[in-house]
Ligand binder design. Structure first.
Ligand SMILES: [Zn+2]
Length: 374
């Protein structure tokens, strides 16, 4: 299975398995109002919300339009910065045509900013950048991983992914064959990328229009995700790092098989703690919300509870990642979904392992199993 297949589709699992039971503690200032297809909704002066469809159970992504200016040959040009682009599909392109014709006040896109390299965020970046001769802004790590991803089978997945999942218990001949066979998913959703980019880095203050946004790097979900915070206006473009309803996918993949992705994720969301309590978070999925600090606490509590359940299971008997799937995902999954949940299971086991709560051994069958040390 290609790495990116997992990225997108674990959201499918998360969508069903890890809905936020405490969502009512968050405040949605716009209630249930959503922007209509191909239209935008103003959420703050000069900040417009677009919602694009996705062909998954997680059926939408939010994109943002920020009023911006640029200087061309000494002239100030009015226009927009686009934050994230939607997946590369005829449906999304048709909606973009409608947005361009009716929602941009006749002004051009001046730059395309992408929070991270997952296909629903970066899929149409090349198309938009070319159309408006606009630069792509993204973290260096995500830019280069995306460039690798579009090379296809040689980049991610295939046999390496199959042996990674087999080492974590998913080793039936049928499973291994299925995973080995899938290897062209990322380029199918991200067929091209701009060959040049502008680099987003943690702590960078980026002027957009009349305001300044600070880049906040986040780890554990994508190689180097960038959220942006405008202190002056108390707005956070949270990307996938701060979602109100579903928990962000946090997975270990074959390229970095000993990653401690969940620890990275939990440390990363704490970087939002210093932000203003009244911050309006603009997430990539779900609705804009106030209650950032509540949501940070909820995510810590959610993962602490899952980690405890995994630890309890590993006290009863040594567990592989496959063994703990029923602990983490309380519903039956088919073979396809099972593979998607494996990365999350490994992430939970690894946090406990690196913390010293679990010890890892490899059986004569080649499978890693984790047992509790206390
Ligand atoms: Zn993502």
């Amino acid at each position: 299975m290609p790495q990116i297949d997992v990225y997108v589709n674990v959201n499918y699992v998360a969508n069903h398995a890890t809905m936020n039971a405490l969502e009512a503690r968050l405040h949605y200032p716009f209630g249930d109002t959503l922007p209509a297809a191909g239209e935008s909704m103003e959420v703050a002066p000069g900040v417009r919300w677009l919602r694009m469809p996705l062909p998954f159970a997680l059926n939408h992504i939010n994109l943002w339009l920020l009023r911006d200016t640029a200087v061309h040959h000494g002239d100030v040009v009015e226009g927009w910065t686009v934050v994230d682009t939607g997946i590369h599909s005829p449906a999304t392109m048709a909606l973009w045509e409608q947005v361009i014709a009716t929602q941009l006040d006749g002004l051009p896109v001046l730059r395309v900013l992408v929070t991270h390299m997952h296909p629903d965020h970066i899929g149409l970046a090349d198309w938009l950048c070319q159309r408006f001769e606009a630069p792509l802004w993204i973290s260096a790590t995500d830019y280069y991983v995306a460039r690798l991803g579009i090379l296809g089978p040689t980049a991610f997945g295939g046999a390496r992914a199959a042996s990674f999942f087999a080492a974590h218990g998913l080793n039936s001949p049928q499973a291994v064959a299925q995973i080995e066979a899938r290897s062209h998913y990322y380029p199918s959703m991200v067929p091209a990328l701009p060959m040049q980019y502008r680099r987003l880095m943690d702590g960078l203050d980026l002027p957009i229009g009349s305001t300044t946004w600070r880049c906040i790097a986040g780890y554990g979900h994508a190689p180097e995700h960038m959220a942006l915070y405008c202190a002056q206006r108390k707005l956070l473009l949270g990307g996938d790092m701060m979602l109100p309803r579903i928990s962000t996918n946090v997975s270990v993949f074959e390229t970095e098989p000993e990653a401690n992705a969940l620890s990275l994720f939990l440390d990363s969301i704490d970087r939002f703690v210093p932000l203003d309590a009244q911050t309006l978070t603009l997430p990539s999925h779900g609705k804009p919300f106030v209650g950032l600090h509540e949501r940070i606490r909820q995510l810590h509590a959610h993962h602490a509870a899952r980690l405890n359940e995994v630890l309890v299971a590993c006290r009863a008997s040594p567990c592989s990642a496959l063994d703990v799937l029923p602990v983490l995902f309380a519903r039956a999954m088919d073979m396809h979904q099972t593979t998607f949940a494996m990365g999350e299971a490994v992430a939970h086991l690894h946090l406990l392992w690196f913390r010293g709560d679990l010890q890892r051994t490899r059986g004569s069958d080649g499978v890693y199993r984790f047992h509790a040390t206390r």
